[in-house]
Write a new protein. Structure first.
Length: 67
């Protein structure tokens, strides 16, 4: 499954790499919201996907901090 592969890739990364990916995902989400507000966004489901990816990244970061 696609999400399991993505989570396993996240688990293999270091905390610094995860933080960099988190920043990039948040920038992407901002850009998607901006495009949506100006009616330029074709695939609105991408917003939901990016939000879930941000949550996955934050979960992996928290797991790494606790262990």
């Amino acid at each position: 499954m696609k999400t399991k592969k993505y989570v396993s890739e996240l688990n293999a990364k270091t905390t610094a790499e995860l933080n960099a990916e988190l920043v990039a995902a948040k920038k992407e989400l901002f850009n998607l919201r901006f495009q949506n507000a100006t009616n330029q966004l074709d695939n609105t489901s991408r917003i939901k996907e990016v939000r879930k990816n941000i949550a996955r990244i934050q979960t992996v970061i928290t797991q790494k901090e606790r262990s």
